[in-house]
Write a protein that binds this ligand. Structure first.
Ligand code: NAG
Ligand code: NAG
Ligand code: NAG
Ligand code: NAG
Ligand code: NAG
Ligand code: NAG
Ligand code: NAG
Ligand code: NAG
Ligand code: NAG
Length: 503
C-alpha cells in the first residue's frame, strides 16, 4: 500500500478497507465512512479503561480531595480511526527497521487530527525504529508484549535545533539528536498500553559518551514540546539514551498536562492498580526519569524509577538562555514515586532553573540506596528563582545525604554567562521525613551573595546517620521544628506556620 499517493483507510487493522481519494470526498461516501467507523469503534473494546480530557467533576476538588490527577482526564478520548503499525508495512521481528512504517503511519493519521483523531496500535512483537513525530488528537497504544526498540543507527535520530532556553545542546555545542518519540505543538496526545515497552537501547549512546566520541547531545526517549493535554501511562520505558521523559514548554492555561506513570485505575473503577516503570542501568549516564522543563500544570504520579541519574528533576533552562526565555516551571505535583539512583537524587530541582521554578508539591516519595533524597541544585549565573516548594512524607533508606542544597557546580553553557545573575531561593518547606542509615546529616549550601531564605523543616527524623550527624549549613536561613538530629543554628527552632508559608 502506498499511503502517500492513495490514502487508504484501514479499520482496526482487519480486512475491511475503504479507499478514498484525497480530494474527492463525496458526502455519501463520507456518511458511509462515518457510519462504518462508529460501528467499528463501538463493536470493539479499544480502551481497557476510559479516560477523557473533560470531566464533570470540579478539577480543584479532585486535586484536593483524592490526591490523584486521574480525574483531570475523566475518560480516555475515543479516536475515530484505529490502525495498526502492520497496516503500514511494519514488521515486529526485532530486526527489520520500521522507521518508514512509523513515519508513514504518522503522516497518515495526521489527516484524522480534525476528523475525530486516530489511534495507532503496536501489537505484540519487537519493533525497531528510528525517531518519529507524533501528531495531535492521537493515541499511541502498545499492546501487551509490544516492544518499540530504538534504532542503533545515530542517523535515524536526526539532529534538530537546540532548545532556545539552553542555547545549545546540553552536552555538546550546536544541535542535538531528536528524541525517539517526539512531538511539537501538539494537543490531546495519549501514549499508553498494556504495559508495553519502549526501549531506547541507549547502551550505544552511553558508550559514545563514555569514550568521548559523542558528536551531538544525546536524544531523549520521549520529548514533547509546546504541547498540552498529554497523558503518558501504563508503560515501561527502558534504557533511554539521555533523560527519559522531557516535557518542555508545555505551558497551559488550564491544568491538563499530566504524566501518569501509574494510572490509578483503582480510584476510578476499583480495578487493580498497575505501575508504569522507568528503568536504566544504575551507571547509565544522564538517564533521568522525568524532567518537567519550563512546563506548567504537570502531574506525575505513581512511578517506579531506577536509573543512572535523578529520578525526577524540575528544570527551566540554562543560564543566560533560560533567563532570556523566562519560562518557569510551575504548578507541578509529584507524588507516590519510588526508586533508586546510586549517584544522584530522588527528586531534584535544577540545576538548570534559570526561567524560575515555583509552586511545586512533592509528596509520598520512597527513595533508597541513593546519593541524595531531596536536592536543590543551582549556581551563580543561573539567575531565575526557586520559590514555594512544598515537600512532604519522604521515606529513605541508605541515602547518603537525605537533604542537600548545593551551588557551584560551575557548569555553564558558554563563557557568556553572567556572574551577577544569582538565583533567588525562597520558601522551601520540607516536612514528615524519615531516613534510615544515611551517611550524613543534611548539607545546605546557599550562595554567598544570595542566601537561600525561608527554608522550613518540620518533623524530620534522620535515624542511624553513620558518619557525620551534624547539619552543615551555609548561606541559608529559616526555621525548624521537631527535627532530629538537631538542625544548624541558621534554622531557628522557632517555627510558625505564617513564617513558613509564602505567597
Ligand atoms: C483536535 O480535535 C479537536 C476536537 O475535535 C479539534 O477542534 C481540533 O482542531 C483538533 N486539533 C488538531 C490539531 O487537529
Ligand atoms: C520531526 O519534527 C522535527 C521538528 O520538530 C523535524 O525537524 C523532523 O524533520 C521531523 N521528523 C519527521 C520524520 O518528520
Ligand atoms: C494497563 O495495563 C494493564 C495490563 O498490564 C491493563 O490491564 C490495564 O487495563 C491498562 N490500563 C490502561 C489505562 O491502559
Ligand atoms: C565508542 O563507542 C561506540 C559505540 O559503542 C563505538 O562504536 C566506538 O567504536 C567507540 N569508540 C572508541 C574509540 O572506543
Ligand atoms: C511491566 O513490565 C515490566 C518489565 O517490562 C515489569 O518490571 C513491571 O513489573 C510490569 N508492570 C506491571 C504492572 O505488570
Ligand atoms: C499551585 O499549583 C497547584 C497545582 O499543583 C494549583 O492547583 C494551584 O492553583 C497553584 N497555586 C497558584 C497560586 O498558582
Ligand atoms: C506517605 O508515603 C507513602 C509512600 O511512600 C504512602 O504509602 C503513605 O500513605 C503516605 N502517608 C501519608 C500520611 O500520606
Ligand atoms: C541500618 O543499619 C543497621 C545496622 O547495620 C541494620 O541492622 C539495619 O537493617 C539497617 N536498616 C536499613 C533500613 O537499611
Ligand atoms: C504555594 O504552593 C502551595 C502548595 O502547592 C499552593 O497551595 C499555593 O497556592 C502556592 N502559592 C503560590 C503563591 O504559588
Amino acid at each position: 500500500m502506498d499511503f502517500d499517493e492513495k490514502p487508504s483507510f484501514v479499520l482496526g487493522g482487519n480486512a475491511m478497507m475503504v479507499k478514498l481519494s484525497r480530494f474527492s470526498w463525496s458526502p455519501l461516501i463520507l456518511i458511509i465512512l462515518l457510519a462504518l467507523l462508529s460501528f467499528q469503534i463501538t463493536s470493539k473494546a479499544v480502551y481497557p479503561v476510559k479516560i477523557a480530557f473533560t470531566s464533570s467533576t470540579s478539577k480543584d476538588d479532585i486535586m484536593a480531595d483524592s490526591r490523584t490527577c486521574v480525574g483531570f482526564f475523566g475518560e480516555l478520548p475515543e479516536r475515530k480511526a484505529v490502525l495498526s503499525i502492520r497496516d503500514f508495512g511494519g514488521v515486529g521481528d526485532g530486526k527489520t527497521s520500521n522507521t518508514e512504517a512509523f513515519r508513514k503511519a504518522m503522516r497518515y493519521v495526521h489527516r484524522f487530527g480534525e476528523r475525530g483523531g486516530a489511534q495507532l496500535n503496536v501489537p505484540e512483537g519487537r519493533w525497531v525504529t528510528g525517531s518519529f513525530n507524533l501528531t495531535s488528537n492521537f493515541t499511541l497504544f502498545l499492546e501487551e508484549g509490544a516492544v518499540i526498540l530504538g534504532s542503533q543507527d545515530p542517523k535515524e535520530w536526526p539532529i534538530i535545533e537546540p532548545l532556545p532556553s539552553y542555547g545549545r545542546g546540553r552536552e555538546r555545542l550546536g544541535g542535538r539528536h531528536i528524541s525517539l518519540i517526539h512531538g511539537d505543538g501538539l494537543t490531546n496526545v495519549v501514549i499508553t498500553g498494556n504495559n508495553g515497552t519502549i526501549d531506547g537501547q541507549g547502551k550505544m549512546w552511553w558508550e559514545l559518551w563514555w569514550n568521548r566520541t559523542l558528536e551531538h547531545t544525546r536524544g531523549h526517549l520521549v520529548e514533547l514540546m509546546n504541547s498540552q493535554d498529554i497523558l503518558i501511562s501504563n508503560l515501561t520505558f527502558l534504557n533511554s539514551p539521555f533523560w527519559t521523559i522531557h516535557p518542555i514548554y508545555c505551558r497551559l492555561l488550564t491544568p491538563t498536562a499530566f504524566i501518569y506513570c501509574l494510572v490509578s485505575v483503582s480510584l476510578m473503577r476499583n480495578l487493580v492498580v498497575k505501575d508504569m516503570t522507568i528503568l536504566a542501568p544504575l551507571n547509565a549516564p544522564n538517564t533521568d526519569g522525568i524532567d518537567p522543563d519550563s512546563s506548567t500544570n504537570v502531574c506525575i504520579e505513581d512511578c517506579y524509577i531506577e536509573s543512572g541519574d535523578d529520578l525526577l528533576a524540575v528544570k527551566s533552562g540554562w543560564d543566560q538562555y533560560g533567563i532570556k526565555m523566562a519560562r518557569p516551571s510551575s504548578n507541578i505535583i509529584i507524588r507516590r514515586v519510588s526508586g533508586t539512583t546510586p549517584t544522584c537524587s530522588g527528586v531534584g530541582i535544577g540545576s538548570e532553573m534559570s526561567g524560575g521554578v515555583h509552586n511545586v508539591t512533592i509528596e509520598d516519595l520512597h527513595v533508597w540506596d541513593s546519593a541524595a533524597g531531596v536536592r536543590i541544585k543551582t549556581d551563580k549565573g543561573r539567575g531565575g528563582y526557586i520559590a514555594n516548594i512544598t515537600i512532604s512524607n519522604i521515606t529513605m533508606e541508605r541515602v547518603k545525604i537525605p537533604i542537600r542544597f548545593s551551588s557551584g557546580s560551575n557548569d555553564h553553557p558558554d563563557e557568556r554567562w553572567d556572574p551577577k545573575a544569582v538565583p533567588v531561593v525562597k520558601g522551601v518547606s520540607i516536612s514528615n521525613v524519615v531516613s534510615f542509615n544515611s551517611t550524613k546529616a543534611p548539607v545546605l549550601e546557599g550562595i554567598e551573595d544570595a542566601p537561600f531564605d525561608g527554608i522550613c523543616m518540620k518533623n524530620i527524623r534522620l535515624l542511624g546517620v553513620v558518619s557525620s550527624p551534624s547539619w552543615r549549613c551555609e548561606f541559608v536561613s529559616g526555621f525548624a521544628d521537631d527535627v532530629f538530629p538537631a538542625p544548624c543554628p541558621q534554622l531557628q527552632m522557632d517555627i510558625s506556620s505564617s513564617r513558613c508559608s509564602y505567597s
